[in-house]
Design a protein around this ligand. Structure first.
Ligand code: A3P
Length: 312
């Protein structure tokens, strides 16, 4: 059965009720005390909001469009994934047997201190669980996506990696999603905390739907934020490289190596790079699910100035 995260001990509840990765609670302090240096770049997101897409975009810009470099290291080797450490790392490592990740240099699990600077960090932690000097020291790129699409994408994601999700119906999942009872939720406190910081000079707040609508324009925005000046030709090349049709087939980015490992549920038809669309929720929600989602969004968004594009 799918775990009931209300039961104390199953997940590491952070302050504000954030449901952290299983077994990660003893490491909260370590995450919070992660050293931060000027020049480091953190991609902070909720899962399924376009994290991987943003990571590739940021890494390529920061490394002056080093496309060769981007095709010589897996994403988890290029970015330190903050929560994949300690106990979490050990349980994941046990599931990835030798030879199952031939592209990896295996720095995935190494301590952050062993990485070259500047550090590229990925985390799903909310900002208040990140180092307190993060925003005043390093650059943070935050991307969010409309919660209806996040919910559908997350539901599929669980079926890719979590055997316990096999019997989980979408109907039940929608309730869990709204109640924030799934790892790396609840949704709105995480998003609104970042949204309140959107004008901080070291924060760039992006929307998945904007990247879908105008990828090249948003690459240029990220470049400006990072203080980079790619040429028109480089911008064209980046937009091409980052288009879903290309990224989904890029083994350095698309997590397909993990689908072959024991970390995944082993269904070859399920892919991390699934549809890459906006509005797919319409193909899945019943009117009742949609009503619940809409009501929840309206309540949470009221007075915040934040709104979402639900279809393009
Ligand atoms: P879907 O499941 O809706 O296809 P994350 O990296 O945060 O886990 O987000 C994964 C989601 O982003 C998946 O959504 C994935 O397909 C989508 N995605 C990744 N790269 C993309 C791209 N270049 N264009 C559009 N969507 C992309």
């Amino acid at each position: 059965a799918f775990p009931d995260y209300r039961e104390e001990g199953l997940a590491g509840f952070g302050p504000s009720g954030y449901v952290a990765m299983p077994d990660s609670k003893p490491f909260f302090e370590e995450y919070y005390n992660t050293p931060v240096h000027p020049g480091d770049i953190w991609v902070v997101t909720l899962p399924k909001c376009g994290t991987t897409w943003t990571q590739e975009l940021v890494w390529l810009l920061q490394n002056d469009c080093d496309f060769e470099g981007a095709k010589s290291m897996l994403m988890p080797d290029r970015y330190h994934f903050l929560e994949i450490t300690g106990v979490t790392a050990r349980s994941v490592r046990e599931k990835i047997r030798d030879g199952e990740d031939p592209l990896s240099r295996r720095i995935f699990f190494d301590p952050i201190e062993s990485r070259p600077r500047p550090w590229f960090v990925k985390t799903h932690l909310p900002l208040h669980m990140c180092p307190p000097k993060l925003l005043d020291t390093a650059k943070v790129v935050y991307i969010v996506r409309n919660p209806k699409d996040v919910c559908i994408s997350y539901y599929h994601h669980l079926h890719l990696y979590n055997e316990a999700a096999a019997d989980l119906t979408l109907e039940t999942f929608v309730d869990l999603f709204i109640d924030g009872l799934v790892t790396q939720l609840p949704f709105f406190p995480h998003v609104l905390e970042a949204w309140r910081q959107r004008h901080h000079p070291n924060m760039l707040f992006l929307f998945f739907e904007d990247l879908k609508k105008d990828l090249r324009g948003n690459i240029a925005r990220v470049a400006e934020f990072l203080g980079k000046t790619p040429t028109d030709e480089q911008l064209d090349k980046l937009a091409e490289h980052l288009h879903f049709s290309n990224l989904k087939n890029n083994p350095w980015v698309n997590w397909e190596w993990i689908s072959k490992s024991a970390w995944s549920t082993g269904d070859p038809n399920k892919k991390f790079m699934r549809k890459g669309k906006t509005g797919d929720w319409k193909n899945h929600f019943t009117p009742e699910m949609d009503r619940k989602m809409t009501g929840w969004m309206e309540r949470e968004l009221e007075g915040t100035g934040l709104s979402f594009v639900l279809d393009i």
